[in-house]
Every structure is written in structure tokens, then in C-alpha cells.
Design a protein around this ligand. Structure first.
Ligand code: BF8
Ligand code: SF4
Length: 644
């Protein structure tokens, strides 16, 4: 069977939990072995609380919980808060949660860079080009300075944004975002000053007895979306590229079939490349020890965004996305799963206990009862990564061959499409003016528009199904797709990230463009129709690309024929990223209903009124075909307004 038919196979298998045939196989194994997964836990939660689903439950003070009955009484909480206020406050706290996660992630990377620049960390700084470009945008002098000195100055500039106490906008934001956007945000009073301070203020603002104005709270949501965009995503990507290098196109593979029955299997999971890069480095160096232990070698694989980070930079294959994390362990073939922060399920050690797998936690804030804790700090990363790899090698002997079943399913997948890599590929067509071929093709209608598809899996919807169906329709209509996060891993599994995927999925006009660029760039075939741009913090790369396109055309991002979609969003981070996308001026689709419908006012602002302020808005659509139609109509309207 051709790899690209996997999705059809998954559909034919008719499992409501997943469209991924590898996942379906392992879910059957789990059932036979009596192992519960997120799907069974979800079923046990049903029916989920209607108040919670509508966002009208408030626990902000100990007089509560209060809940509003949208169909009757009570209409007010004990303090007098109504549904609009409760929903707006809850939404702000969700966005704060997402922004805080990304910001703390970025902060760790900055710490690592700072220590590396001072020679106090076990990391070599690899991204010399990125040092130059980030220094240039921040206005940091590079003349006559060693790269390490400049890297240190960049780290200090980042720390400065976190430490400053004036009311000036965050420097990283004004240095990155298009001036037109900065002006719009300034006029709305939503420009963040210091990302830490904004998070504190938003928690204060949404506390009992402070802000009672839902519209003011929604403006704070926009501000926190910008905190995420620039204090989380942009800083995170910029600093990680400086530390580990800017990704360039690389061939890899995706799905559970990347695991090996003969090798020691190590999975990196979470988000911080400081951890995953070191584990990859030492797994490669210690392969001989694995052979001595009776294995044929070491197989590395990733899940979630750690997987994306090491796929983008190291070509390490992806074992799957969010809802495949438990399944990877259930194959019975994983010696160690290393986690750091975000998106690893607390269930992992319990599932690992049914097999021989060891779960290893590596950060002080991400511990799991039942896991081994090996804290990986920048100053001692080599020794810690070695000990994790050796733990895996040592654990190989404990594998129970009778319990090993790895689905023989995986697809080739290309990654590494940073903005620099995309511009590099386009430069092979027009070295003087790399964006011109892309823009000319957009103007000519060969590339009808572009969509960034991002976000998670969610047990409420069939794994990968909405994502794949949406993207198939967009590609047929010659829309270029870029992807990040677990959505990128979803599309990687079904062959959307291969040159063959272009032939199978792209409309004729798009295929011609992908072929011309791919051949000019020496890939020997078309570019993949979906470009893997990285992890969720790497959504900043999409922002950079949009900024560059808008700059080239001398229009606002809000005028571009583009859209964003999170078909299966789950995490708070997806909500904060979506809010940033809307603030950038982008129509943003969500395929899972967020808990806001209990407030007609909040729903209207998010799906209608906010467009008048920033040019972007949310729309909710659970049917992927209809979502594609709405996106296509939006692109058509933007094209018309541009006169193309
Ligand atoms: O940050 S896509 S499930 S792994 S939150 Fe999490 Fe969602 Fe995956 Fe990456 Ni992003
Ligand atoms: Fe109830 Fe108001 Fe307290 Fe919320 S803040 S729990 S609505 S009294």
C-alpha cells in the first residue's frame, strides 16, 4: 500500500478516536492488554459539565463556585458578575496560561544562551547567521565583536524586556512586528511593556473585584496574545535558532513505525530543545554502548514539539503527535521517554508501568510521580544527557519481546522550512528578489493564498481527521499550506510533507509552482505542498513570513489572502497563539468550540467586532469541509480587495 493511502486506510478502519491506522492498531493492543488511554478517560468524563463548556463557571473567589444559567436563573454570581464578565475573565486567564508557558520556555532558552555565551554551559552556539540577523533587528552593534559577545548582548536585551519597569513597548516586539501593526496595537492600548509584568497585571485584572468590564478584559486578551507572540514565540525561536542553528530542509519520517524492534528506542517529548538536542547528541555518541548491550543501535524519535524541534534541526523522525504519546509506550518498544515541559500527560508513568519503559523528567517544574528525575541544567547538560541515554541502554534488557508490537506504518516527511530556508529556496529562482516569484505567483493566482495550520490533537475530535480533510480541500484549491506543532506531525504522517504529496494533493497550478521552486532548489522534484515550519513557538516563523510578504507588497498583514487554522486545538497555548494571530490581522479558524458561548457579547466580539479593531477575527467550524469553504471565501475577498 502506498504511504499516502494511510489516511484512507484509517478512515476505512472507522475508528471514531483516530484517523491514523497506526494509532488504531495500538489502541487495539491497549484494549487487549487492559491499558487505558486518554480516549477511555475522555469517555469516562462524559457528559462534560455544560457550565464549564460554556465558560460560565467562576471559581475566582471562595464564595463560589458560581455558575450562570444561560437558560434561566441565576444570571449573576454572588458578587454580581454576569455571564459576560465571567466568560471574559476566564478567557483572559486561559490566554495568560498559554502566554506564561511560552514565555517561561523562552526564558529558559535565554538563560541557556546567556550561560553558553559566557562559557558556563555545555552548549556550543551554532546559529551564527541568526546572531547577525537578530542583532540587526535589535540594533545591537556587531562590528569588531566576537559572535559570543553579540550572543551575550542579545540574551541581555531579552532579559531587559523581562526586567524593565518603564511603560515603553517591549523592545523585542517593536523590533520584530511591522510598524503598521505596532501603530494599530498602540492606538488600542494593547502593546505589552514587559511580558512578566503583563502576566501579573492580567492575573490581577481578572481577580475578584477588579475589572468588571468584559470589553476591557477582551482588550487585555489581545495584549496577552501579543505577550505570547513576542515574549514567547518570537523570543523562543530567535534564541533557539541562535543556540542550535536555523533549520534547513531535511528528510525524515513520521508515525509510530519509526520505532525499531531491534534498537534501543528513546523518545524526546515536551518542548525544550536544550533537553532534546542534548539527548540526541549523546544518543548518537553512545550508539556503540547500545550495540554492546545487545541492540543493533539507538533509534531516536520525538513526539509533540520536542519532536518538531529535533526533526527540524536534526532530521530525527516523529513518532507522532499529542494523542500518540501514550501509544508510543504501548508499543512495548520504548526504553526511555524523556520529557521536559508542556503537553506530556500525567498518565505516562502509569502506562509505562505496564511495560518496561522508563519516563524521565528533566526540569524542576515538570515532575511526575513514578518517573525518574534527572535534572538537566545548562551547566551540566552533557553528564545528565549521557546518564539518560545510558538509562535507556541499560533498560533494553528489560524489554519483553512478547509485548512488542510496532505498527509497520510511517511516511517519509520533510521538515526544516524556516523562513530563511523558504527564502533560500525562492532565491534559487530569483536571487536578487527572492520573494518576487512567490508574490508573482500569488498575483497570478497560481498560489491562490496561504494558510498556516497549527495546534494540537483533542480527544473531543477524531485524531488528525479534521486537519487532514481541511488541508486536502485547501490544497486542491491551490492554497499553499505551512504547518507547525502537532498539526504538522499529523500532516507528516499522511504524506503531505513529501514531493509525492504535492503530486497527490496539490491543485494543478500549485503543483506547477512547487515543482518549479523544488527543481530550481535542487530537490529533484516538487517542494512538499505542506511546509513544516517547526514547533508551536515557531509560529513566529509564520508571523515573520507574513510580515515579509506584507512588507514586500507594501500592505498590512490584514490585507493578505491568508488565514490560520487550529483544527484540533487543546492547550491554553493554542488559544493564546490564536489571539496573537488575530491581533496580527489574520482570520483564525478553530475546530473545537472554545468555552465562550455562554457570553453572547464575548462570542460576538471574538467572531465579529474584533475585526474592526485589528483586521483579524476567530471563526468556529467543526466541519472541515465548511471551514475550508469559509477560508477560501475569505481568501477570495482579500484577493478582490487587493485587485488581484
Ligand atoms: O506546543 S500543538 S498539543 S505539543 S500545545 Fe501541545 Fe498543542 Fe501539541 Fe507543542 Ni503546541
Ligand atoms: Fe462567584 Fe463572583 Fe466569587 Fe466568581 S468572583 S466565584 S462570580 S462571587
Amino acid at each position: 500500500m502506498s504511504e499516502n493511502l494511510y489516511f484512507e486506510k484509517g478512515l476505512a478502519m472507522g475508528d471514531a478516536r483516530s484517523a491514523d491506522p497506526a494509532a488504531i492498531e495500538v489502541l487495539k493492543k491497549a484494549k487487549a492488554e487492559g491499558v487505558e488511554t486518554a480516549h477511555e478517560r475522555y469517555a469516562a468524563q462524559l457528559p462534560q459539565c455544560g457550565f464549564g463548556e460554556l465558560g460560565v463557571c467562576c471559581r475566582q473567589c471562595l464564595q463560589g463556585p458560581c455558575r450562570i444559567n444561560p437558560f434561566g436563573e441565576p444570571k449573576l454570581g454572588v458578587c454580581g458578575a454576569d455571564a459576560d464578565l465571567i466568560v471574559a475573565r476566564n478567557l483572559l486567564r486561559t490566554i495568560v496560561g498559554g502566554a506564561a508557558s511560552h514565555e517561561d520556555h523562552a526564558y529558559s532558552a535565554i538563560r541557556c544562551l546567556y550561560e553558553a555565551a559566557q562559557g558556563k554551559a555545555d552548549y556550543e552556539i551554532k546559529g551564527f547567521d541568526k546572531i547577525q540577523s537578530v542583532a540587526a533587528k535589535l540594533g545591537i552593534e556587531t562590528e569588531g565583536k566576537e559572535p559570543k559577545e553579540v550572543a551575550e548582548a542579545i540574551a541581555l536585551a531579552a532579559f531587559h524586556d523581562f526586567g524593565k519597569f518603564d511603560d515603553e513597548p517591549m523592545h523585542w516586539l517593536t523590533a520584530t512586528a511591522p510598524a503598521e501593526r505596532v501603530e494599530v496595537w498602540q492606538s488600542l492600548g494593547v502593546i505589552p511593556r514587559n511580558p512578566d509584568r503583563e502576566i501579573r497585571t492580567a492575573m490581577h485584572e481578572s481577580a475578584m473585584g477588579v475589572d468588571g468590564d468584559p470589553v476591557n478584559l477582551l482588550l487585555a486578551c489581545l495584549k496577552l496574545g501579543l505577550v505570547d507572540g513576542y515574549g514567547g514565540l518570537q523570543m523562543g525561536t530567535d534564541i533557539q535558532d541562535i543556540l542550535f542553528g536555523t533549520p534547513s530542509p531535511v528528510k525524515s519520517a513520521a508515525n509510530l513505525g519509526v520505532l525499531s524492534k531491534d534498537n534501543v528506542n528513546i523518545i524526546v517529548h515536551g518542548h525544550m530543545p536544550e533537553v532534546s538536542e542534548k539527548v540526541v547528541e549523546w544518543a548518537r555518541k553512545l550508539e556503540e554502548e547500545a550495540v554492546k548491550a545487545g541492540a543493533k543501535g539507538i533509534t531516536l524519535a520525538g513526539v509533540c514539539c520536542s519532536g518538531n524541534e529535533v526533526l527540524m534541526r536534526q532530521g530525527v523522525p516523529s513518532a507522532g503527535n499529542f494523542l500518540s504519546q501514550e501509544l508510543a509506550i504501548i508499543t512495548g518498544a520504548v526504553e526511555v521517554m524523556v520529557v521536559d515541559v508542556q503537553c506530556f500527560m500525567p498518565s505516562l508513568p502509569k502506562i509505562a508501568a505496564c511495560y518496561h519503559t522508563k519516563v524521565v523528567t528533566t526540569t524542576p517544574i515538570g515532575k511526575l510521580p513514578g518517573a525518574e528525575h534527572v535534572e538537566l541544567v545548562p551547566g551540566d547538560a552533557d553528564a545528565k544527557a549521557q546518564s539518560i541515554v545510558r538509562l535507556a541502554i541499560d533498560n533494553f534488557k528489560n524489554r519483553n519481546a512478547a509485548k512488542v508490537e510496532i505498527p509497520d506504518i510511517c511516511s517519509e516527511a520533510w521538515g526544516g522550512f524556516s523562513v530563511e530556508a523558504i527564502v533560500g529556496a525562492l532565491a534559487t529562482v530569483d536571487p536578487e528578489n527572492p520573494l518576487k516569484p512567490l508574490v508573482d505567483n500569488i498575483v497570478a493566482g497560481n498560489v491562490y493564498g496561504a494558510v498556516g495550520v497549527v495546534g494540537c490533537n483533542n480527544t473531543k475530535v477524531r485524531q488528525d481527521h479534521q486537519t487532514v480533510e481541511l488541508i486536502k480541500k485547501l490544497l486542491q484549491n491551490n492554497v499553499l499550506v505551512v504547518a507547525t506543532g502537532c498539526t504538522a506531525q499529523a500532516l507528516a504522517k499522511y504524506g503531505f510533507m513529501t514531493p509525492d504529496g504535492a503530486k497527490q494533493y496539490a491543485g494543478e497550478k500549485l503543483l506547477a509552482v512547487l515543482t518549479a521552486v523544488g527543481e530550481a532548489a535542487g530537490l529533484g522534484g516538487p517542494l512538499p505542498p505542506v511546509l513544516h515550519m517547526g514547533s508551536c513557538v515557531d509560529n513566529s516563523r509564520i508571523g515573520d513570513l507574513l510580515g515579509a510578504l506584507a512588507g514586500y507588497l507594501n500592505v498590512s498583514i490584514k490585507d493578505l489572502p491568508v488565514a490560520a487554522s487550529a483544527p484540533e486545538l487543546q492547550h491554553e497555548k493554542a488559544v493564546s497563539i490564536g489571539t496573537w494571530a488575530v491581533a496580527l490581522g489574520v482570520l483564525t479558524h478553530v475546530g473545537v468550540v472554545p468555552p465562550v458561548l455562554g457570553s453572547p457579547l464575548v462570542t460576538k466580539v471574538l467572531t465579529e467586532d474584533v475585526e474592526g479593531l485589528v483586521g483579524g477575527k476567530f471563526f468556529v467550524e467543526l466541519d472541515p469541509g465548511k471551514a475550508a469553504d469559509t477560508i477560501l471565501a475569505h481568501i477570495a475577498a482579500k484577493r478582490k480587495a487587493l485587485g488581484i
